[in-house]
Design a protein around this ligand. Structure first.
Ligand code: 13P
Length: 255
């Protein structure tokens, strides 16, 4: 399958980090470092930083995303934020189904699907996260888990809508642990996800979809990971909080 048919995207997931002044400072440092990127550059930031990030990135090649959204348009859902609210602000991307949401906040494949559909309906681009736990990898069921997560999350999503979805393969055991999947492991699962997309849609859809790797990707290992045929960039946690590190990963994916 041909890498030239799709765009590599490096997305930062800031998680629950950075106050507004800190966000502004990080973005100012990042802008000149990534201005000539040969890949897509996205920063997904806490809700409280969205306005700051949108202002600070105006006229640059950095796109802004949120880290989650609710499936309803509005209503009695205390503490939640709708996709329409994000879209109205000018936010372009939203991360959905991150393993931390699944692990700590009861997110399931079904609620992930509801959120994906709401985000697409609101005109947002989705970074859909899938990935297996360590026990699941050790039991040899990585493909079953990741395949099911992908299939349920994409339920009701048309081939046309799929163009607004990036899938991020993030093995849970590699997130924030410093344990990166080897380039071969990352490529193997990314390739498997592409075959799932081909079965659900067709070859054109599978060739065109951006599938990132995420989990302890850093300035040192980004070259090898992003060079893999089925790894189209990455979703970066810790290393996205330091401008030079994030920029080095962007440079690796630009090659
Ligand atoms: P780390 O890069 O900190 O391992 O986090 C990965 C991640 O969860 C990105 O969404």
């Amino acid at each position: 399958m041909n890498k030239a048919l799709r765009q590599a995207v490096i997305a930062g997931n800031w998680k629950m980090n950075k106050t507004r002044p800190e966000a502004k400072a990080l973005i100012s440092e990042l802008i000149p470092l990534v201005k000539d990127a040969g890949c897509g550059v996205v920063i997904c930031v806490p809700y409280t930083n969205l306005e700051t990030a949108l202002d600070a990135t105006k006229g640059t090649n950095i796109k802004v995303g949120a880290e989650n959204c609710h499936w309803a348009e509005s209503g009695a859902f205390t503490g939640e934020i709708s996709a329409a609210m994000l879209a109205e602000m000018g936010v372009e991307y939203v991360v959905i189904g991150h393993s931390e949401r699944r692990q700590y906040f009861g997110e399931t494949d079904v609620t992930v699907n509801k959120r994906v559909r709401a985000a697409l309906n609101a005109g947002l681009k989705v970074i859909l996260c899938v990935g297996e736990l360590l026990e699941q990898r050790e039991s040899g069921i990585t493909e079953e888990i990741v395949g099911m997560q992908t299939k349920v999350a994409l339920g009701g999503v048309t081939k046309e809508e799929l163009k607004n979805i990036i899938i991020a393969y993030e093995p849970v055991w590699a997130i924030g642990t410093g344990k990166t999947a080897t380039a071969e492991q990352a490529n193997e699962v990314n390739h498997y996800i592409r075959t799932v997309v081909e079965k659900l849609y067709d070859k054109e859809a599978a060739d065109g979809i951006t599938i990132q790797y995420g989990g302890s990707m850093n300035a040192k290992n980004a070259d090898e990971l992003t060079a893999q045929p089925d790894v189209d960039g990455g979703l970066i946690g810790g290393a996205s909080l330091k401008a030079p590190d994030f920029a080095a990963i962007v440079a690796a994916a630009s090659k």
